[in-house]
Write a protein that binds this ligand. Structure first.
Ligand code: PEP
Ligand code: MG
Length: 557
């Protein structure tokens, strides 16, 4: 949307402010109408997105500051709104947590809605109109969460957007709605025409256009066989997760939202290996207190019916919502985040630790600390946990006195010194997303360097191998909860490296299980043999491709 600036005569300023306020009011009416139309079976997080947009419209940052800017600069409403949007986007970009940075998308969607009204470009909410019953692929510059609500009521086959990363809200929602999506396809509109048949191969991130009838027939067949393969895969749900040589492999799920537990059950996971608690702290002005957290953890434990729940403490970055300090740093991924932030802000950390300890009275709970870098941090965490246990005992509050306390190994310094951490921890969980980010000096949310992310990089593999070995030598379990654990093409390699606990998004678990059930660890170790010792990246990649090809994976071959 092109926004131009023009200067207004003083006499027109009041009218311009009124025009802006009317546009905000119209945007609110649109969202309220949309909110009222949400079908009852819509996942809770989708309604929450609309509520967030409504809250943003009520906030002075969007409802009154642009009006002040109109007066200050004597400019048109569109320009004032753009100035304020730029300032807000800059502030969000400075935040170091990927989830929080995606809040920026919300600001942009709300601003676009107001701009559309100001420019009379669109009277109705959402940019999406779909006629008829035929399943359509929706191609858009960007989609807001409220557009997604409209979309799920139609027969949408897939989504392709020019903007957005895999962690954007839109991508998260597409995943939770089960709609295949490819995001960040720059200039997609230049390559396809409206109404043209296209194929969205979301498994491989490929969008195919200029199709002939025979191509369409071929992909229709491929889709049918994928559906069939998924149905077959579903039959593995209750089968043992055991290799051909009889080694039991633990398969846990990564969950974020309460609703993920249903998907985890469909995947037959043995428990939760990573419960990311950040979502509890979002879309709100104040962090949840101890009692609220206890309620959420307790109901999650009840739904798990005896399966273990690994609760990771807050992995937020510097955020005004939870911190009074305004922290600025040049590279926020290396800044005050996760356990560093929690140790600096005990009023944030203590209620969460107390809630997790108290929740452990209701079922098997494990406590997981993110981003440990040095033993000093670990010592502080252990002292605090001991102090809180004494406090709870004095208050006669129940908790599991033996609650296992684990550490995420995701900082190279901790990986290299894993033996030292192993002496003080009950288990490890390798966070390969961050471990790769820090080892390869590659920002995990910057799409311009995503080609540098390489799980087969010898440096990364050497660290992973070392952490698994040192953990096992110390007699503690070692899990992996980064995305690598859910990538079926890496399962054989991870088994050969000694990994026996995988924690991954539920949607990936059954295929990983299929590979586990068809693997002989001894044979894999012989196949990889000197390649692992020498860490010859290219030969290793060829060997892995050969093994994956020879022993067909279920769906993605
Ligand atoms: C990781 O870093 O691998 C991980 C699992 O944690 P997150 O993706 O939440 O940082
Ligand atoms: Mg991490």
């Amino acid at each position: 949307m092109d926004i131009v600036e023009y200067v207004l005569p003083l006499a027109h300023i009041d009218d311009e402010v009124r025009r802006f306020e009317q546009a905000v009011a119209a945007a609110r009416r649109q969202l309220e109408t949309l909110r009222a139309k949400i079908p009852a079976d819509t996942p809770q997080d989708i309604a929450a997105f609309i509520d967030t947009h409504l809250l943003m419209l009520d906030d002075s940052m969007l409802s009154s500051i642009p009006a002040e800017l109109i007066r200050q600069h004597r400019c048109n409403a569109e320009w004032a709104l753009k100035l304020q949007q730029d300032a807000l986007v800059q502030a969000f970009d400075a935040m170091d947590d990927p989830y929080l940075r995606t809040r920026r998308d919300d600001v942009e969607h709300v601003v676009q809605r107001i701009q559309r009204i100001l420019q009379h470009a669109e009277q109705q909410p959402g940019a999406v109109e779909i006629d008829g019953e035929e399943a359509r692929v929706v191609v858009a510059v960007d989609l807001s969460p409220s557009d997604m609500v409209l979309l799920q009521q139609h027969n949408v086959a897939a989504i392709v957007t020019e903007r957005g990363g895999p962690l954007s809200h839109m991508a998260i929602m597409a995943r939770s709605l089960g709609i295949p999506a490819i995001v960040g396809v720059h200039h997609v509109h230049q390559y396809i025409r409206d109404g043209e048949p296209v194929v969205v191969d979301a498994n491989n991130g490929a969008l195919l256009c200029g199709l002939e009838q025979k191509d369409i027939a071929q992909f229709t067949r491929a889709r049918r066989s994928e559906r069939k393969a998924r149905r077959e895969l579903g039959k593995l749900r209750d089968e043992a997760s055991c290799t051909l040589d009889g080694t039991e492999i633990t398969l846990h799920a990564n969950i974020e939202l309460y609703e993920d537990i249903a998907a985890m059950r469909r995947a037959g996971a043995h428990g939760v290996g990573l419960y990311r608690t950040e979502f509890l702290y979002m879309n709100r002005a104040t962090p949840p207190d101890e009692e609220e957290q206890l309620r959420v953890y307790r109901s999650t434990i009840r739904r798990l019916q005896g399966a273990p729940l690994t609760i990771r403490t807050l992995d937020l970055g510097a955020d005004k919502g939870v911190s009074n300090d305004s922290i600025s740093c040049s590279n926020s991924a290396l800044g005050l985040r996760a356990v560093r932030l929690c140790l600096k802000e005990p009023e944030l950390f203590r209620p969460q630790l107390r809630a997790i300890l108290r929740a452990s009275a209701y079922g098997p709970v494990r406590l997981l600390i993110p981003m440990l870098t040095n033993l000093g941090e670990l010592r502080q965490v252990l002292e605090l946990v001991d102090e809180l246990k004494r406090e709870l005992t004095r208050e006669k509050k129940r908790f599991d006195t033996q609650i296992p306390l684990g550490g995420m190994i995701e900082v190279p310094a901790a990986a290299i010194c894993a033996d030292m951490f192993a002496r003080k921890l009950d288990f490890f969980s390798i966070g390969t997303n961050d471990l790769m980010q820090y080892t390869l000096a590659t920002d995990r949310i910057d799409e311009t360097v995503s080609h540098l992310f390489d799980p087969l990089n010898p440096g990364v593999l050497r660290l992973i191998e070392g952490v698994i070995r040192m953990g096992h030598e110390a007699g503690i379990p070692v899990a992996m909860c980064g995305e690598m654990a859910g990538d079926p093409s890496l399962t054989r390699l991870l088994l050969a490296l000694g990994l026996r606990e995988f924690s991954a998004p539920p949607s990936t678990l059954l295929e990983v299980k299929h590979i586990i059930r068809n693997s002989d660890i001894g044979q894999l170790q012989r196949e990889f043999g000197d390649l692992l010792a020498s860490h010859d990246g290219d030969r290793l990649e060829r060997k892995l491709a050969e093994l994956n090809h020879n022993h067909k994976n279920f769906i993605f071959d």
